[in-house]
Design a protein around this ligand. Sequence first.
Ligand code: BES
Ligand code: ZN
Ligand code: ZN
Length: 500
Amino acid sequence: MEVEFTGESSLQYAGDAVVVGVHKGAPATGVAAEVNAALDGLLHRLIESREITGKQSEMTIIHTWGKLPSPRVAVVGLGEVWRDPLLAVRHAAGAAARTLRDRGCRRVGMALHLQVPQAVRLEQAVRAIVEGAYFGLYRGGEWKSEQEWPDELAQLSLLGVSEDASDPVAVVGRAGRLAGEVTNYARRLVNQPPNEMTPSRLAQDAAEIADAVGLEVDTLDPDQIRTLGMGAFAAVARGSEEPARLIVLRHRGRREGPRVAFVGKGLTFDSGGLSLKPSEKMSRMKSDMAGGAAVLAAMLAVGEMKLDLDLIGIVPATENLPSGRAFRPDDVVKALNGKTIEIVSTDAEGRLLLADALAYACQLGATHIVDVATLTGACIIALGHVSAGVMGNDSALVEAVLDAGERAGERMWRLPLFPEYRSQLDSNIADLKNVGGRPAGAITAGWFLREFVGETAWVHIDIAGTAWNEKDEPHHVEGGTGAGTRTLIALAEHMAGGEA
Ligand code: BES
Ligand code: ZN
Ligand code: ZN
């Protein structure tokens, strides 16, 4: 799809459809009011008759009968006026792009970025809309043998903005396009069935990324993982016939300054191991590599953008399966940093992989570490499927992650790592145990990770609730969401000093 910027207004643009938004319970304003006037008040009549309610992402397609150069106007709901305006236009753009493509449109003009309040910068709105459109256009179903897919959108035009390619709006538009594309790449990785998306296949994808954008890549096999001293990661990997991989990508954008590491949980399937999950909780556990997918996708974007940043991406990848070789509850394992861990549940495996990966990031000289992981069911209990949980040992880095999440349109909420929680991990026989009981389960998991970063500034993002979308909605289909991807990109842009 081509994304272009044009000075043309919605009354001048001649594509297949023009998209404008209306708020819930409000008359058409701004560009929607202009379209309303050109259509002799039709929008207002539809609003009065309640055929258009303005509910978030509601779509109404109107034929213009020659009153506008475009044959259709798509009116999309922006929800309540008091809701987050950037999230509203992001989702509306996704719903509009998806619906119009499915109705056979090829060239679509968007005016939604002109409908955010004055306080919101045009660049931010444009980025949200471009990212949102890509997000909406993603489709699953790669494994259906009968593909009945309508053609792709050929062109998305952002109306009423400068056509100059060096204009800041065009620059953020390109960044938004890249962020949208790589988010969908992460979603594809997550949606791959686990018999195809094995640890070695994930490593192969990482090698392709490295090749495509010029990153260094290093992949460690099970022998190397064990020899290095990653006893926690190796323990989880033991039960599976599929060989584990430690994937390390490096973007050397800058020699001095901070060295940032993104670490992603890469469980290509989590059965729980010997602490086997009940079957209803086991389905969808192919998505337990969503953190790893986000890290790979973000590395792809950062490499493509050639950001001025020294960045390492680390993804420990394995399956967690029961077998005669599997690690057991009651085992004691030793992580790379020398700490010993009593295994209480083999289903709390993500933190074991991450323990070694975080310690490895420290060994590689990282000054700032951010990990992304589908880590705990407890985070879903705390924040539902709306927001990721954020924890860390460095308030400045936590704030930077929360800000990046906001720019990226990903809900993030901080949970406290109060020292009182730490005692829940005390073990009688080892340095700590891998489960801290049911109370504050997301936080004790965060505390567990903290034990492996020493004094290095570190933030943990628990995406257990946001990595998978349970049902088709106007702006996105069921399946992987690419959670974390855009936040990591926005953070990398910020740390490289060129924030959007
Ligand atoms: N991968 C799961 C967490 C998860 C649950 C992600 C649901 C997405 C949806 C993780 O490995 C796990 O099983 N965690 C356990 C930890 C417990 C044994 C302390 C959990 O949350 O139940
Ligand atoms: Zn588990
Ligand atoms: Zn898991």
